[in-house]
Write a new protein. Structure first.
Length: 259
């Protein structure tokens, strides 16, 4: 039976204090507290700054032995796409701390909406996989042009995972899918805040959304179908404002009878 790992995208949010974390808990204790309720987290800080090996050594000390981390690739690899060899090598050196400890889920390459489907960008993904040949990677596309058989076959051939998403029903965004292109089922819940998706003053506003139970119930057949074919299912909630991701993740865990 495949393993289920359900958690949130990030855990270090001050506005979770008094909602999920105890008030004045102190940021150094966030992860230890979080790991009492979830057995995985998606690390987003690695998108904004290159991680050091010390970061992951420190994180591993705070969680149980069955806890795993997925990590977002650095922005220079996905958005600017100007990462040099040193950047790739330093990122891999740090990520290998988790891999060698058998605590790495995947590295997520979240590409922007402006990353269009074309042969040049397919080639770029191929080059990424060459550098991450020993690491499980997943690609998240924000533009629905990528929903086609050529892409799926390309990812399957290279052993790259496809990131399924729940996000607002807006033109050119991806609809709900349960696509598998390798042995990992990967799913991210971004919330359905249509009004703020393209027009937000602050980044957190885009993800300010609380899922209703019936919205998550719609996903259960898709999740169970994909999970039956996968070796591992990784599901993360990115609707992080005021710990709505925590409440949504807990609701899904209950709907899947995983408690």
């Amino acid at each position: 039976m495949a393993d289920f790992f359900i958690g949130t995208s990030g855990y270090s949010y001050k506005d979770w204090e008094g909602v999920f974390y105890p008030e004045d808990i102190g940021t150094s204790r966030y992860l230890e507290f979080y790991s009492r309720y979830f057995k995985t987290v998606e690390i987003n800080s690695t998108y904004y700054s290159l991680p050091s090996p010390f970061l992951f050594f420190n994180l591993l000390k705070k969680v149980p032995d069955n806890f795993i981390f997925s990590c977002k690739a650095h922005s220079s690899m996905t958005h600017e796409r100007n990462a040099d060899e040193d950047t790739f090598n330093n990122f891999l050196k740090s990520i290998n701390i988790l891999k060698d400890a058998s605590r790495l889920g995947v590295v997520l390459f979240q590409f922007p909406y402006s990353f269009y489907f074309n042969n040049g960008n397919l080639d770029y993904i191929g080059k990424i996989k060459n550098k991450f040949s020993e690491i499980e990677i997943v690609c998240e596309f924000r533009n629905s042009e990528w929903l086609n058989e050529k892409v799926f076959l390309f990812l399957e051939k290279l052993g790259i995972g496809f990131c399924n998403v729940d996000e607002p029903s807006l033109p050119k965004l991806l609809p709900p899918t349960n696509i598998l292109t390798n042995e990992i089922f990967y799913l991210r819940f971004h919330g359905r805040n249509k009004e703020k998706w393209w027009k937000c003053k602050e980044a957190f506003e885009r993800y300010d959304y609380m899922y209703k139970q019936e919205e998550l119930e719609e996903w259960i057949p898709k999740i169970e179908d994909a999970h039956a074919k996968a070796k591992k299912s990784l599901i993360y909630f990115n609707n992080h404002y005021k710990a709505k991701a925590v409440r949504s993740a807990d609701m899904l865990i209950n709907l899947l009878n995983l408690k």
